[in-house]
Ligand binder design. Structure first.
Ligand code: F6R
Length: 239
């Protein structure tokens, strides 16, 4: 696991350069994407590069990590809405090549179909991850199994608290999400983790140098052969 510590802006630029390289080498790359506050500077940089003609998503496919159960894609807090608003509507990607788990049809069968669709697309070339203050990746919460595929996940109280800033009250925060599993994530050929701000410091330290333990789901990334972590000084403070 490689850790690069720089400013948020530099991390976003360096991470965007990885996408530029990948998409230039493999225009039909399969990208695993994340939502939340953390990827926003990266998405702004990708939009800038795309508008400047430096990278194209025209042949790329994307698979997002997760979606809240019960939210329609046009709900402003849904992750489908977030992705359209923050990235897809501003770049040359074909909407039909973008995939976000369906928050309304959350049967075990639909969850399994998501993994099958990823495999049929050739597998994920580059998976983007944020990290929760409790070490979650996707919505794989502490204590969950290592061998999970896309599944319906119960959100921990701390995750619902962390995400309530996007909703009018805690009662409006969904209690479940459909999320790629740890195994789904570990199958990606390469992984980029972004972590910014002091709230992520403990989780980043546990991910990078703690024991590989379900208490910090991100710690399993130590076992993946190609992981790069971009963190600002605050998030890397305890490493
Ligand atoms: C988002 C996701 C989550 C977030 C994590 C950090 O698709 O899967 O694991 O990456 O909760 O969220 P932010 O970036 O808002 O701090």
């Amino acid at each position: 696991m490689k850790l690069i510590c720089d400013t948020v802006e530099s991390c976003a630029r360096l991470a965007a350069a990885r996408y530029q390289r990948l998409l230039n080498e493999k225009p039909d790359a399969v990208l695993g994407l994340a939502t939340g506050s953390t990827p926003e500077p990266l998405y702004r940089e990708l939009i800038r590069l795309n508008k400047a003609g430096a990278l194209s998503f025209a042949r790329a496919a994307t698979y997002n990590l997760d979606e809240y159960v019960g939210l329609r894609g046009d709900h402003p807090q849904s992750y489908r809405y977030f992705m359209d608003d923050r990235l897809f509507d501003h770049v040359d990607i074909k909407k039909e090549n973008t995939h976000v788990p369906d928050g309304l049809h959350t049967t075990a069968e639909n969850a399994a179909d998501y993994d099958q669709a990823i495999a049929a697309a050739g597998g994920i070339d580059l998976q983007l991850l944020g990290i929760g203050p409790n070490g979650h990746i996707g919505f794989n919460e502490p204590g969950g199994p290592w061998n999970s595929r896309t599944h319906i996940a119960d959100l921990s109280d701390s995750t619902r608290q962390a995400n309530k800033r996007f909703f009018s009250s805690i009662d409006d925060v969904p209690t479940q999400a459909i999320s790629m599993g740890i195994m789904t994530i570990m199958h990606a050929r390469s992984i980029l983790v972004l972590a910014f701000g002091p709230a992520k410091a403990q989780a980043v330290a546990a991910m990078v140098k703690g024991p590989v333990d379900p208490a910090c789901p991100a710690s399993i990334l130590q076992l993946h052969p190609d992981v790069t972590v971009f963190a600002d000084e605050e998030a890397a403070a305890l490493v």
